[in-house]
Design a protein around this ligand. Structure first.
Ligand SMILES: [Mg+2]
Length: 308
């Protein structure tokens, strides 16, 4: 059932809207714009019904905030208003509202408008999902990563959960393609993607094809040591696929892995730590490939070769 958020300072008006829609949708009510913003960024709504006139932050201000946030930007907003003058309607549309519902409510009209926008939203989500899936491997693509990472980074900062970013790169992949051809190379990429996905067991574990023969994973929870050990298992898991490599490159296809675990704070940037993970990956390559290099506690570098 799709979820709708009603943001309205009038409890009576919110209850009336709820009674019109609750048969077909799961309804949440926020009585202030501030609550509305926090609900919208922490839950999955398909539509927001937003009252324009509220004390403190009004509907227009909230709409602007929703549009600025990457997490809430795509949720359609219908403004509820009795301000029937043209200027206010224009302002609402300029700020990104998809529609208006005027007070007093006519149940049939409210239902029809809501149904239409929910349908459009679902369709858009479906298209979006397709555009965020890597065609070759069926896992998430880089675009999906870009969106997911920012959302989860904020969530981890809010909930104070450690956040792990990990980069993977298939070793000597060019040599593989040069020896066996690109169709065979594609099969290797698919096999590696499948194995990475198999290891990403929890619902918040995320892996995407970042480009070419490169992958990125995001893991919420667990300290640096736990995730570092986990990546060592994944490295082993890929080697144990025993995909014969090009003679010049080594016996089996392997991956190099670089990662970092961090406790995000509000002011910190995901991109900074993605770069650190990338630097660790670069070092893993430099130190001889088929190994895990980690930016451990107190920024000390951990290398698999040191552990063994
Ligand atoms: Mg009001």
């Amino acid at each position: 059932m799709d979820k709708i958020l009603i943001v309205d300072d009038s409890a009576i008006q919110a209850a009336r809207l709820k009674s019109i829609l609750e048969e077909d949708y799961e309804i949440t009510i926020a009585q202030t714009a501030e609550d509305g913003l926090s609900f919208a960024s922490s839950q999955d709504f398909s539509l927001i019904l937003l009252d324009v006139v509220m004390p403190g932050m009004d509907g227009f201000m909230l709409l602007k905030r929703l549009q600025e946030e990457i997490i809430t930007r795509s949720i359609p907003v219908i403004l509820i208003t009795s301000l029937s003058d043209i200027q206010n309607e224009q302002r609402g549309f300029t700020l990104g509202a998809v529609d208006y519902i005027a007070k007093p409510f006519h149940p049939v009209i409210v239902q029809a408008r809501v149904n239409t926008h929910i349908k459009l939203y679902r369709y858009r989500k479906q298209v979006e999902h397709q555009s965020m899936t890597d065609q070759l491997t069926g896992i998430a693509n880089r675009r999906r990563h870009d969106l997911y990472s920012v959302t989860k980074w904020k969530e981890a900062a809010r909930l104070k959960i450690p956040f792990t970013i990990c980069m993977f790169d298939i070793d000597h992949f060019k040599a593989y393609n040069d020896t066996f051809g690109h169709p065979a190379g594609d099969k290797v990429i698919i096999a590696v993607a499948k194995t990475l996905s198999k290891f990403m067991r929890r619902t918040t574990d995320f892996v995407a094809r970042y480009g070419g023969e490169e992958f990125v994973a995001i893991i919420m929870g667990g300290d640096a040591r736990i995730n570092y050990e986990y990546m060592k298992q994944i490295r082993k898991g890929i080697e144990e696929l025993q995909i014969p490599h090009a003679p010049s490159a080594g016996e089996w296809v392997t991956v190099s892995i670089g990662g970092v675990t961090v406790l995000p704070v509000d002011s910190s940037q995901y991109g900074t730590y993605l770069n650190i993970a990338d630097t660790m990956l670069y070092d893993a390559k430099r130190y001889g490939r088929n190994q895990v290099v980690w930016c451990g506690d107190e920024m000390k570098q951990w290398r698999q070769t040191d552990d063994e």
